[in-house]
Structure formats: structure tokens, C-alpha cells
Design a protein around this ligand. Structure first.
Ligand SMILES: Nc1ncnc2c1ncn2[C@@H]1O[C@H](COP(=O)(O)OP(=O)(O)O)[C@@H](O)[C@H]1O
Ligand SMILES: [Mg+2]
Length: 250
């Protein structure tokens, strides 16, 4: 069953169609990958789904209720949360207190927020740094903290935009494990990522965009082997530090 149904979603920037009649479903409980070369419109889609950008056209429904164009705070209350923008890390407050504050802001009693913060600190391997100001954490630790703040009251669907980018491999694995565990508990994810091994590992299905349009959708292996998808990635210009990684393990 679909949790989010997206139809004809479009956004123009100065006459350029950044997102052009995009449609796909996010099913209840799945981790759906959203892939595509740089500039293909993935972030713009997430911005529209999370209410940060009003669509020019199209419709988004959650469990058959129209949520098109709703503001981010209202969507967050309905359980649609875009990580890394909804969460606010207070840099001069400890990592632990950031978690506590996030929990209380979402309506948890202090005792319950404390209990959940303690368990998230363990799960996210933030124990050794929990009493440091959040501003002193590494980029990866801070992303882990933001995961914790987002999931202290679990959303129905988490929209993740390149969460693994520029994160140390050890923390990347903690993050992947966290996503797997929440997925096992029924959370739904829309995951934008350039990291094909991670997409293959985590996602059952994927949607690939190119130049604002959906060019392939389906099982993740089929999408990554799709001719149009390979063409789209090969046509992309890469920096030396970012080679195309489309190899699909047998
Ligand atoms: N705020 C904006 N103003 C003008 N153009 C934008 C804006 N945001 C994105 N774009 C353009 O829209 C296209 C899609 O961008 P984006 O959604 O960020 O792609 P992706 O996340 O797939 O890399 C790009 O051509 C980008 O330059
Ligand atoms: Mg992007």
C-alpha cells in the first residue's frame, strides 16, 4: 500500500523545468531510493514533499489525504519529516540536551524524553561525546545526532537527502544500521543517495531521475541495470573524487 502518492509534481526555476511531471509512490514500510545524476531534481522533489518549496503543479497524497503544499511544521506533525532541515542543532548545548530538547519539543514528558535520549545515544555510538557541545562534534557525529533528534519521536516517513555524503565509513555504517533497525520497526524512508553500494544494500526499490523526469522505477537491481539509467550516469561529468559507481554485485 502506498504511504505517499506523488503525481505530476513540477517545479520551474526561471523557465527551466527542474522537476517535470514526476510521479511515484512511496510504499508503507519501504526504503525507496531516489537516485539520478547531479542536477536531476532530487533535492527539489524532497523540498516539495517536505513543504519547503510549493510545487507549480501536481499532487502529493499521504494515505489518500491531500498534503500538497502544506507547510513543513504541519507536515512534521503529520509524520513527514525531512532530516537535516527540520532538526535544529543547538551548537552551544550538549549533544544529550539537544536530544532531550528535541523530544520535549515533540511533546514527550521529560522522563520519557530522557529515557529515549539515553537509548539513542547508545545506539548512535555518541556516548563518549554526549556531554560535549554539539558544535564540537565532527560532521558525521552531528549527522548522527540529527538522526537521533529526528527519531526521538519516530516519523511516518523520513526524507533523507544524501545522508552518507562526506561521512566517515565507520559512522556511515552506524547510520546504515540505524536506518535498517528503524525500517525493521516499520519506518518508511525516501533515501536520496549517490552511493550505489549503500542504495543496493538498503533499498528494495528505486526511482531514477534525469533532467527533472523519472526515467526508471522498480526493483533496485533492475533500475541500476537499466540502459537509460546507465546512460544518464555516464553522461554526467564527475570530479576526480566522485567516480560513477554503478557496478551491481552479482
Ligand atoms: N532555488 C533554485 N533556483 C534556481 N534553480 C535551482 C534552484 N534549486 C535547484 N535549481 C536547479 O534545478 C535543477 C535540479 O536541482 P536539484 O533538485 O538540486 O538536483 P539534485 O538534487 O538532483 O542534484 C538544477 O538544474 C538546479 O540548478
Ligand atoms: Mg541534491
Amino acid at each position: 500500500m502506498s504511504l505517499l502518492a506523488i503525481e505530476g509534481l513540477s517545479k520551474n526555476f526561471g523557465g527551466v523545468a527542474a522537476v517535470d511531471r514526476v510521479g511515484f509512490d512511496v510504499r508503507e514500510g519501504e526504503i525507496l531510493g531516489l537516485i539520478g545524476p547531479n542536477g536531476s531534481g532530487k533535492t527539489t522533489v524532497l523540498n516539495m514533499l517536505s513543504g519547503f518549496l510549493p510545487p507549480d503543479a501536481g499532487r502529493v497524497a499521504m494515505r489518500e489525504h491531500d498534503i500538497t503544499g502544506m507547510r513543513p511544521d504541519r507536515l512534521a506533525r503529520l509524520g513527514v519529516l525531512r532530516m537535516f532541515q527540520m532538526t535544529r542543532v543547538f551548537t552551544r548545548t550538549s549533544a544529550f540536551d539537544n536530544l532531550l530538547t528535541a523530544g520535549m519539543a515533540r511533546g514527550l514528558a521529560e522522563a520519557e524524553a530522557t529515557r529515549r535520549a539515553q537509548s539513542l545515544v547508545e545506539e548512535l555510538t555518541l556516548g563518549p561525546v554526549q556531554h560535549l557541545d554539539a558544535g564540537q562534534l565532527s560532521g558525521g557525529q552531528r549527522k548522527l545526532l540529527e538522526f537521533g533528534m529526528c527519531f526521538i519521536e519516530p516519523p511516518l516517513v523520513a526524507l533523507l537527502d544524501e545522508p552518507f555524503a562526506a561521512v566517515h565509513p565507520v559512522m556511515r555504517e552506524v547510520m546504515a544500521q540505524f536506518i535498517r533497525a528503524r525500517h525493521a520497526q516499520g519506518a518508511t524512508f525516501l533515501l536520496v543517495s549517490h552511493d550505489m553500494p549503500v542504495v543496493l544494500d538498503l533499498c528494495g526499490r528505486a526511482v531514477c531521475m534525469n533532467a527533472g523526469r523519472v526515467i526508471a522505477a522498480g526493483g533496485v537491481h533492475d533500475v541500476l541495470r537499466n540502459h537509460d539509467v546507465i546512460e544518464a550516469y555516464l553522461g554526467e561529468t564527475h570530479g576526480d573524487d566522485e567516480p560513477p559507481t554503478l557496478e551491481v554485485a552479482a
